[in-house]
Design a protein around this ligand. Sequence first.
Ligand code: F6R
Length: 260
Amino acid sequence: MPTKFNNHSKAKSLNIFGDAEKASVHTAKLIAELILEQQKKGKPSVLGLATGNTPKMVYQELIRLHQNESLSFHNVISFNLDEYYPIGPEHIRSYTYFMREYLFKHIDIKPENIYIPHAVCSPDRIEDYCRDYEDRITNFGGLDLQLLGIGRNGHIGFNEPGSSFDSTTRLINLHSLTRKDAQADFGTIDNVPRQAISIGIHTITQAKKILLLALGEKKSEIISKALKGEISTDVPASILQKIPQVEYILDRDAAALIQD
Ligand code: F6R
């Protein structure tokens, strides 16, 4: 059983698990429950999905539930948080590629229900493109659930420090720490894109349920700042302290600095 705190360190719901696998299985279970609930009501589920190392085991568990426990994604609509700019969908480091490899090709989601920011559009069309992405989310009635990781600088999506809490989908400049953390994937720092398209903080906080998953000791410092520190655009994830529908899901290492 996880350690459960309510209203601890201003968090609405904080679940700390013994290891990353347990935290990930719990996260997948919440996503699966939402999908099943919506299916019972004959409604689609609109999911906001993340990439990176953090959600990999969540996706593995969702695939297991699909393959072994007949969880269907036929009425799931998914919107990804972000994508590097400019980068083509076939690029091995694109988030389009990531989502296909780690989740979509293993489940029965309909290709037409998958939305990932398209980072090949020309600079003069970006603004219209971002508005359109935002409108599509709104037209589906908003996100039922947003899955988030957290960057070591407190970013959620690619909303880097300094991002306005009112921000919506837009082109952003990547922070130096974000690019440094991506260097291993891209080989050299010069290969790491300097920009990305990301849904905004406002868009994220409008989701009906938000799951922030953080795993590993590398996230302990920023988790402490995001959950216990001042609410400030310097730490974008700190805004979540004000959002009642947030559940923080941590492994013991990520929670190391917030446990008494
Ligand atoms: C990815 C995303 C980012 C990551 C964050 C943590 O779609 O939006 O905010 O969640 O950079 O990355 P990992 O999980 O690789 O530590």
